[in-house]
Write a new protein. Sequence first.
Length: 159
Amino acid sequence: MNDGMRQKVVELLRCRRVMTLAVAAGRRAWCAPVYYVYENRALFFFSRTDSRHITHGLGKTGVAASVHADSHDWRGIKGVQMEGSIDTAGCSGDALRAFGLYQARFSALRELLLQHGPETVDPARVESLLRVRWYQFIPQTLFFVDNTSGLGHRQRVVL
């Protein structure tokens, strides 16, 4: 795997906004789209603690995720397919940097929080006001899909 392919994947993850997470419990599968930001090999997002993708995926391996650019033709599909795990993000340096990126990308969040007062905007405040938690999806296996190179063309990429 070359650095050029890795860079393509990182650029795609940085410019897209929606990641679809997929989990399974027993014979029941579920997928959910979430807004995210990419920082240092992880995809950070907010979600309710009682959502299916969290209750069935938190702390478990084998969670699937995808991020892709919109295309009007199957020959134009480009994106990433991933398998990994969901963990709480906490307040590590990476998590706080990602939160800054999240605020910048999704300005409606900051506007909503400022309606509740001018206090510091941080992940803990968002969690408290919106009854959500700050999570990270950590991919262990990642494939770059590029149908412009042929139907079903995909290549494994290491971040």
